[in-house]
Design a protein around this ligand. Structure first.
Ligand code: 5GP
Ligand code: ZN
Length: 225
């Protein structure tokens, strides 16, 4: 198995960040140009749940953890350095590094389970509130490069600090950043349909269901007063 030093991992992370900033269709080609064979081997071993990833090892039962929930795709366990009693981590068993890399199917399933786990944490700890936190990338505070959601119970006067000092943006800056992100977000709801040969045959926006008009509603017999 390929092992990289901390320095080499940092260098690799810098390259991956650079690659992630490119349009998706250019990423593969650039990765082949920029990454050394050792780095590619290392990434493969990570994707297959290689020995270095602590959460893969927990998922495989090689490292003990205080399990809260487990199914074929996911695991939830107590954080070893909790922010509050009941601080739970929810992970995919598959080694996925950050949220954008998670498949749509697992993403949808994950949110459904997180919702139910949040309820269990609420009820199991008598929390008055809950924060769900999910860090992507080391600059965002992600220490373990395996996707995880923090479910953190909150209590009156727990003195936990998760807030930030707001920055000031001018109207132009708001407009500019809105334009840039909404441009990237415009196809999110697009539904693409393929025929049997794999050719795209239909492309339509998913749309919200319109509220039914009164005449379309099923008739309900009025009870006599
Ligand atoms: P991050 O900073 O990456 O969002 O959070 C990683 C979390 O994983 C931290 O809160 C840390 O305490 C927790 N963690 C790291 N290693 C282990 C471990 O071996 N076992 C458990 N249960 N939690 C861990
Ligand atoms: Zn992993």
């Amino acid at each position: 198995m390929v092992e990289l030093s901390e320095e080499q991992i940092k260098a690799l992370q810098a390259k991956l960040q650079q690659i992630a900033g490119l349009p998706p269709e250019e990423q593969n080609k650039k990765a082949m140009e920029m990454l050394s064979p050792e780095e590619i081997e290392f990434l493969k071993s990570q994707q297959q749940g290689g020995g270095q990833c602590i959460f893969c090892r927990i998922a495989k039962g090689e490292v003990p953890a205080k399990t809260i929930y487990e199914d074929a795709n996911f695991l939830a366990f107590l954080d070893i350095n909790p922010a509050s009693p009941g601080h739970t981590l929810f992970i995919t068993k598959e080694h996925v590094q950050i949220l954008p890399q998670l498949s749509d199917e697992l993403g949808a399933e994950a949110l459904n389970i997180i919702k139910k786990l949040a309820t269990a944490v609420f009820e199991g700890t008598n929390a008055q509130g809950i924060n769900i936190m999910q860090n992507n990338g080391s600059v965002a505070g992600q220490a373990v490069p395996h996707i995880h959601f923090h479910i953190i119970p909150r209590f009156e006067d727990d003195k936990l600090k998760l807030d930030w000092d707001p920055i000031k943006l001018s109207d132009e800056q708001f407009n500019e950043v809105q334009k840039r992100i909404s441009e990237k977000a415009k196809d999110i709801g697009k539904k693409v349909v393929y025929d049997m040969s794999g050719k795209m045959i239909e492309e339509k926006k998913t749309k919200k269901e319109e509220p039914k008009k009164p005449e379309e509603m099923p008739r309900v017999r009025r009870r006599r007063a």
